[in-house]
Structures are given as C-alpha cells and as structure tokens.
Design a protein around this ligand. Structure first.
Ligand code: SF4
Length: 64
C-alpha cells in the first residue's frame, strides 16, 4: 500500500497521526504527510483506518 496526503484537502485535524503515528507525521506547513510513501505491512491496517476516517478524504492510496 502506498499513500500520500493531498495538502489542499488536509485540515490538520491530527486524526491520522493519532491513528497511525508510524505512517503519518506533521510537516513544516502543519499538515499531515506520509512518513514514507510505501506503508510498512505491519502498520497497513492502521494506515487504512486513517484513510477511511479522514474527515476530508485527504489521504489517497496510490495505484500500483
Ligand atoms: S486525518 Fe485527514 S485532515 Fe486530518 S490531519 Fe490527517 S490528512 Fe489531515
């Protein structure tokens, strides 16, 4: 699974970082970003939960 955060949609609510701290982090613009594009398999479930719960659908899964 590969993810990124659409910076125009992120409202900095922090939910994804609470849900999946190994996958998402704050960037210098105080928006969320993926720590790494490629999500490590052991935290993929957390990443997917964060993706599904993002209030603005800012978290996108990249096509393979
Ligand atoms: S859950 Fe969505 S809106 Fe909230 S910080 Fe994460 S990417 Fe941004």
């Amino acid at each position: 699974m590969r993810v990124y955060v659409d910076q125009d949609l992120c409202i900095s609510c922090g939910l994804c970082i609470d849900t999946a701290p190994a996958v998402f982090q704050w960037n210098d613009d105080e928006k969320a970003e993926a720590v790494e594009e490629e999500v490590p398999s052991h935290v993929e479930e957390d990443a997917r939960e964060a993706l599904e719960n993002c209030p603005t659908d800012a978290i996108k899964e990249m096509e393979r």
